[in-house]
Design a protein around this ligand. Structure first.
Ligand code: NDP
Length: 283
């Protein structure tokens, strides 16, 4: 098989970088801090939160969880978010989404302070991703994809890159980040014609569709680099990606596993973003 793109190795490298930066900030009397805003107790939010809190602790970043009731009103949520915005000790804010139905994300996204918005909820940060403005914060998952490609020295300049999926969380931002690295990018989705053939053109293939093992070897060019963002459960109840790993591993030159790939890097990017936010706010 080709090279396994090991998320844990990338996470360890990012941790080293982040710890060093956290130490430097603390020596200046600044304690970097992430505040998580969670509404209710959705199991997937809780699971991500546990991982994030552990990662922040490992990176010497302080944390606070603002747990709000599931039935909170829009007015009360906005009040709570504004309090976190104004908290001088908080440098990074993560709001778990999707929010419950009574909360209007289209309004709330304008409330979060862009300089503290470490996972690209604010339209200001979305625009900065589009503009390639490095003072902004791209969402953590697409950034994790880029960190993996960078760690393993994948040359993106002029590379034919195909992104499977066009969500605001993964597909679109990862496409912009690839473009920022001078890749030639095609974005595909559920209406794309001849999808396997389009994907099989890619030097770099990013799968973010949420369809268990849909990407088989027909979708992959010999020697391609394949990054699997998907997190799904297969017919045996096991965690799996969008890529059929067993079918693709002998065709791809580099491939991420699931679990142990992109998902392992996401909270490390979150930590890196908190440090970046803290540094920018204390310039
Ligand atoms: P969405 O459901 O928001 O978007 C899925 C995208 O895939 C859509 O653009 C959709 O197309 C496209 N798609 C769906 N089915 C097909 C198909 N059969 N053929 C081609 N395209 C298809 O998902 P997300 O972007 O939020 O997440 C994608 C995956 O990544 C999920 O498995 C999710 O669990 C995982 N994920 C992993 C994270 C991590 O940390 N590793 C974090 C976030 C997500 P269309 O627009 O036409 O409907």
């Amino acid at each position: 098989m080709g090279t396994l793109l090991d998320g844990k190795v990338v996470a360890a490298s990012l941790k080293e970088e982040t710890l060093k930066a956290a130490k430097e900030l603390r020596e200046k009397g600044i304690a970097p801090k992430l505040t998580i805003v969670r509404v209710g107790a959705n199991p997937s939010d809780l699971s991500y939160e546990r991982g994030a809190l552990k990662r922040m602790e490992g990176c010497n970043i302080d944390t606070e969880v603002k747990e709000l009731p599931e039935d909170i009103t829009q007015e009360d949520f906005i009040k709570a978010l504004k309090e976190v915005n104004e908290d001088k000790n908080t440098h990074g804010i993560l709001v778990f989404r999707p929010l419950p139905k009574q909360l209007d994300e289209e309004v709330i996204k304008y409330v979060i302070a862009p300089e503290k918005d470490v996972d690209c909820f604010s339209p200001t940060n979305v625009a900065k991703v589009m503009e390639g403005d490095a003072t902004g914060f791209a969402p953590c998952t697409p950034t994790a994809v880029m960190e993996i490609l960078s760690y393993y020295n994948v040359d993106l300049k002029g590379a034919k890159s195909v992104v499977l999926g066009r969500s605001m969380v993964v597909g679109k931002p990862v496409a912009m980040l690839l473009l920022g690295q001078n890749a030639t990018v095609t974005i595909t989705h559920s209406k794309t014609k001849e999808l396997p053939a389009v994907c099989a053109e890619a030097d770099v293939l990013i799968a973010a569709i949420g369809r268990a093992k849909m990407v088989t070897s027909d979708y992959v060019k010999e020697g391609a680099v394949v990054v699997d963002v998907g997190i799904n459960v297969d017919e045996e109840g096991k965690l799996c990606g969008d890529v059929d790993f067993a079918d693709v591993e002998n065709k791809a030159s580099m491939l991420t596993p699931v679990p142990g790939g992109v998902g392992s890097v996401t909270t490390s990017v979150l930590a890196k973003h908190v440090i970046k936010a803290c540094t920018l706010q204390n310039k």
